[in-house]
Design a protein around this ligand. Structure first.
Ligand SMILES: Cc1cc2nc3c(=O)[nH]c(=O)nc-3n(C[C@H](O)[C@H](O)[C@H](O)COP(=O)(O)OP(=O)(O)OC[C@H]3O[C@@H](n4cnc5c(N)ncnc54)[C@H](O)[C@@H]3O)c2cc1C
Length: 423
């Protein structure tokens, strides 16, 4: 049986440990934090949306970077397998809108407790306060790791762990306080792997100008967002968003950040044409007809009062300004061009993306250990025998909805299966 070291007691590390422990392997998990699953605890706003109960194609459609790399991993652990595993381990689950799976208790702590119990049952050794500092290799194969143990009140200890398999499950860079120190990228680089550029993803976006701060706190539902670069539509989505003191946030914006984050990083989003359609359910013609009817019935009233029913009140002054209209003007004074201007802003409310918010507001890291040198069936490095990369440290990321944790579980399952089958 292999002597296996897993670096990181996060989602992927714990899943790999359980599956390997179950098969009787000697597994040690080294975790730098004082407790396991710190990031898992804050997932899904404390409820942990641990997977998405969807079919194969839907899963792949929701993976933003390198979906093809995950084809064979889907044969090893589907979302349904993940749900069945947790149910089997005694955690009741439920599936909500959009196929999002949660623990029935709505408590992420239940996911962590379940993983802890299973690690214990399968005799996995977990060493907390232990930060891995280096990966040792010999003749093209992994030989172990070095680590520093820093227990409060105790002297720092430098340790060496020998191992014939090392699994790097160190996660990404977002929410640093959860242990997202980025060490895994250093391990990959030092062992001859390439690491693609990293960027915060599923993250709010800073915008230029004072438009957003003026509407701070305003949330829009059922709007559509379109982003074009030159003639190409690079993102289009429908849903909910929020104006903040710095720019924009909310589910629709987070999804947009996953698709356009790198473009925003390149030159401050200057070549992106971004707009919100405030009335996506109606065409320009239908909106025109509606305005004509409304104006016809209210000829003597001021514009701002007549159209108040069409827009949130905090948005109205901004719309008037962008459409270059006088809110006090009477409807009978309005020209056709004024109406057209109003329609244009309603269907094309402009935003000026400037930069992404930081890793501490990002749900995931985009980019990471290049999948080119990692085998998609086993997650083993093609460069160092016995070295595996799983979870968010890899150049894999997905939209919200439980897909990122699904990536963590399934890549862990691949490594565990491959190691077990080697014996
Ligand atoms: C606020 C927030 C909410 C989220 N909500 C969801 C959600 O609802 N659904 C979903 O699918 N995804 C969600 N995610 C994303 C998801 O949590 C991550 O993609 C997932 O946890 C990645 O798993 P991992 O095992 O790769 O890394 P992690 O779970 O981050 O675990 C990595 C572990 O490695 C340890 N480590 C790192 N370096 C070392 C070292 N040198 N030595 C020892 N230990 C080390 C860390 O301390 C950490 O415990 C959310 C993320 C955030 C930040």
């Amino acid at each position: 049986m292999s002597n296996i070291i897993i670096i990181g007691a996060g989602a992927s590390g714990m899943m790999a440990a359980i599956l390997l422990g179950e098969r009787g392997h000697k597994v040690t998990v080294l975790e730098q934090n004082e407790r396991i699953g710190k990031k898992l605890y804050i997932t899904g706003k404390g409820r942990c949306n641990f997977t998405n109960d969807c079919d194969r194609q839907t899963f792949l459609d929701n993976v933003v970077s390198n979906p093809r790399f995950l084809y064979s991993a889907l044969d090893v652990m589907t979302p349904q397998d993940v749900i069945a595993a947790f149910e089997n381990w005694g955690m009741k689950t439920k599936v909500e809108r959009g196929n999002r799976a949660f623990p029935a208790s709505d408590k992420s702590a239940d996911v962590i407790d379940t993983l802890r119990d299973q690690m214990k049952k399968n005799k996995v050794r977990v060493m907390l306060h232990t930060r891995v500092t280096d990966i040792l290799t010999k003749d093209g194969a992994v030989a172990g790791v070095t680590a520093i143990e820093t227990r409060p009140g105790k002297e720092e200890r430098h340790l060496t762990y020998e191992a014939d398999k090392v699994i790097v499950a160190t996660g990404g860079l977002s929410y640093r306080s959860t242990g997202a120190t980025g060490d895994g990228y250093e391990f990959a680089l030092k062992t001859g792997h390439s690491v693609t550029d990293r960027s915060p993803s599923l993250v709010p976006i800073n915008c230029r100008g004072d438009i957003c701060p003026r509407m701070q706190g305003l949330s829009l539902k059922n709007v559509s967002l379109t982003i074009k670069r030159g003639k190409k539509v690079v993102f289009t989505g429908f849903g909910e968003m929020l104006f903040t003191h710095f720019g924009v946030s909310g589910p629709l914006i987070l999804s947009a950040s996953a698709k356009t984050g790198r473009m925003i990083n390149e030159n401050g989003g200057r070549d992106l044409d971004v707009w919100i359609d405030l009335k996506p359910a109606v065409s320009e013609e239908q909106l025109n007809d509606r305005l004509l009817r409304l104006f016809d019935a209210n000829k003597k009233k001021a514009l701002k009062n007549v159209i108040a029913e069409l827009y949130p009140s905090r948005m109205l002054p901004v719309i008037m300004e962008l459409a270059d209209l006088d809110p006090e003007q009477k409807i009978y004074e309005m020209k056709k061009s004024d109406r057209e201007s109003l329609i244009r802003i309603t269907k094309h409310f402009p935003l000026s993306f400037e930069s992404l918010r930081g890793y501490n507001e990002a749900v995931v890291t985009q980019g990471g250990v290049s999948v080119k040198a990692v085998r998609p069936r086993s997650m083993e490095s093609g460069k160092v025998r016995g070295l595996y990369f799983i979870g968010e440290v890899l150049d894999l990321d997905a939209f919200t909805g439980g897909f990122n944790l699904q990536i963590a579980w399934m890549t862990a399952a691949c490594a565990a299966k491959a190691i077990d089958e080697e014996e």
